[in-house]
Design a protein around this ligand. Structure first.
Ligand SMILES: Nc1ncnc2c1ncn2[C@@H]1O[C@H](COP(=O)(O)OP(=O)(O)OP(=O)(O)O)[C@@H](O)[C@H]1O
Length: 587
């Protein structure tokens, strides 16, 4: 019960913001229309119920005129019913897509706000497959929430209308057993109530494990899909390593979990269906059994009996709403849990960014980037790097070296503000523009022009500017293909991708450029050419590089290294053995 209350409260929290958002008038209007139509549908059900009485009485009395009138009357009711049903579905779907669109935008906004998506990955909590939350769960949530709440409304209103009718019918057709009337006011209502309560309790007892099973099913399906996508994304590596059997084994194992859980769902659903199907079949004859004695004792007519049966079924249907909606309810509960997990995960990521262990503060303009008591740790808390009093001065190029895994890239992440683990502060001039170039730059799939200038808009630079940057970095052939669409991370060599990365830096001209082994896949002369190009084209940019090649020293005035310390590794100035021969500073 507590779980149901918690789920309802959570669902309310997830659902309500849409009806208070910019689209609220449209959303509220559509919802009101759907509700009004639902009420009209219940009203029609009451008219149909009365029609039963008149129609069957006409049949019993062999009254042709009344029969014909009732047929015409039925057709009118049916026509209205059809129109209501058509528009109810149409407006319901309209509301669904607007609501879902709003939720999707909101979740995309939260997920892609600053580095939330990265933080969520780092902390690795409940929202393990955000793509599933955003794409699938929002759709399920909107659809199921509407279906269940409109279904519930129908059940309540139908119940209220028909309990009154059934109560009246109980008095017209008193319980007649063993040759005498037994006066139980509203006995048909009590009969329906007891029947439904027993059914609901049994359904819950048989079906409750489905909530958890459905939750797991969605997770296993998402894991399987995610790993298929990973295999596709890394097709070349897998093919080169002949990793297909390993991939296949892994994927089969993951699908095994999907299938195994599905089998459990099947078994449970089979039991539940056996019960609900028996229950609904029994519901057809149960009211006849209740009123048959009164009918045979000639206390009521055929019409009265048919109307009673139909009213009983309506009452019983609404009381059994929970039974018919059980599977939907179980699925809906899992969806609510997952969306709640996602929302909490976004909130946690935002909170950890707003209160990071590592503070980013503003240093005076042209003050460079400095560290104070900086101690970076792994997410587990184990120490990684310490840096105190170190500064990347403006217009000075620094090369950082250090053992693999020491935390060089993590230092860059902290400077970029996406690594919250640790303590101390990093001072960066206000409004400074920073750009990080990793070893494998990211290019969105699409037009080459947009891929290069990412994350700026495709038209942020003129074609001539982009083409010039491409020619400068030694990719003149690509300068002719700016309109071409492609998956550039897949089709270009790593060296070409690194050249493209430098072209991106040339276009954006950041104040601080961080190169994390960004030219490591190029031969030494090409690397030298690119560094000289950067120096020539971006004279006001401060460059900090991470690299393992000693030839890089020639292009940096200053050396820094990570040396083992009590706190992992310490960032310190590096004293060079000899002055570089071809330094950028020196020419
Ligand atoms: N997302 C993460 N979760 C947990 N540990 C991480 C994560 N990212 C990095 N680390 C750990 O932090 C340590 C430093 O990683 P980092 O990438 O900064 O090393 P690096 O000095 O740049 O290494 P390399 O020279 O090999 O690129 C490594 O031990 C790594 O396993």
């Amino acid at each position: 019960m507590k779980a149901i209350r918690t789920t309802l409260a959570t669902a309310w929290r997830i659902a309500v913001p849409y009806f208070n958002a910019e689209d609220k008038w449209m959303g509220r209007g559509l919802l009101a229309a759907v509700v009004v139509i639902e009420l009209a549908v219940v009203g029609l059900t009451v008219l149909f119920n009365r029609w039963n009485n008149d129609f069957y009485n006409a049949l019993q009395e062999r009254n042709g005129d009344v029969f014909t009138f009732q047929i015409v009357y039925f057709c009118v009711l049916a026509a209205i019913w059809i129109a209501l049903k058509v528009y109810q579905l149409y407006l319901n779907q309209w509301l669904q897509i607007r609501w879902r669109q709003w939720m999707t935008e909101r979740y995309l906004g939260g997920w892609l706000h600053d580095a939330n998506h990265y933080q969520m990955q780092l902390t690795g909590d409940a929202a393990d497959n955000p793509d599933q939350r955003i794409a699938e769960d929002t759709q399920l949530f909107v659809e199921r929430t509407l279906a269940l709440s409109i279904g519930l409304l129908n059940a309540v209103v139908t119940l209220a209308s028909f309990v009154v009718i059934l109560w009246g019918l109980s008095n017209q057709a008193p319980l007649h057993l063993f040759g005498q009337d037994i006066a139980i006011p509203g006995y048909l209502v009590w009969g329906a109530l007891i029947y439904a309560v027993i059914g609901t309790a049994l359904t819950h007892w048989i079906g409750w494990p489905l909530v958890d099973l459905n939750f797991r099913q969605q997770r296993y399906e998402a894991d399987f899909r995610f790993n298929l996508v990973r295999a596709r994304e890394n097709a070349e590596q897998i093919a080169l390593l002949r990793g297909e059997p390993a991939e296949r084994g892994e994927l089969s194992e993951r699908f095994g979990r999907v299938a195994e859980n599905f089998m459990r769902i099947m078994v449970r659903t089979k039991r539940l269906t056996a019960f609900t199907a028996s229950y609904s079949q029994a519901s057809i004859i149960f009211p006849y059994i209740l009123v048959a004695p009164a009918y045979f004792a000639q206390k009521i007519q055929l019409g009265g009996m048919m109307q009673t049966a139909s009213a009983f079924n309506s009452v019983q249907d609404s009381l059994s709403f929970f039974i018919s909606a059980y599977r939907t309810l179980a699925e809906w509960q899992s969806v609510v849990e997952r969306l709640d997990g996602f929302e909490r995960s976004v909130e946690n990521a935002t909170a950890s960014r707003d209160n990071p262990g590592v503070a980013r503060v503003h240093s005076p303009a042209a003050g460079g980037i400095g560290f104070k008591d900086l101690n970076l740790t792994r997410p587990s808390g184990s120490p990684l790097i310490s840096a105190d009093g170190f500064r990347f001065s403006d217009n000075e190029h620094t090369l950082i070296v250090g053992p693999s895994g020491a935390g060089k890239s993590t230092l860059f992440r902290a400077i970029a503000g996406i690594w919250p683990f640790g303590s101390g502060s990093i001072a960066i001039p206000a409004e400074a523009t920073l750009m990080m170039l990793p070893q494998r730059p990211y290019f969105p799939v699409g037009e080459l022009r947009a891929a290069i200038v990412y994350p700026a808009e495709a038209d942020a630079f003129s074609d001539e500017q982009v083409a010039e940057a491409l020619r400068d970095v030694g990719l003149p052939a690509l300068a002719e293909q700016l309109d071409q669409h492609g998956h550039w991370n897949r089709t270009l060599s790593l060296g070409e991708q690194q050249r493209l990365g430098i072209a991106r830096a040339l276009l954006h001209a950041p104040q601080y450029l961080f190169l994390d082994e960004a030219t490591a896949s190029l031969d030494e002369p090409s690397e030298a050419m690119l560094y000289k190009l950067l120096d020539r084209k971006l004279p006001d940019t401060t460059i900090v590089s991470i690299g393992h090649r000693s030839t890089l020293e020639a292009f940096h005035q200053r050396g820094a290294m990570l040396t083992p310390s009590d706190n992992g590794f310490a960032l310190q100035d590096r004293v060079r053995a000899a002055a570089p021969e071809v330094g950028l500073a020196g020419g």
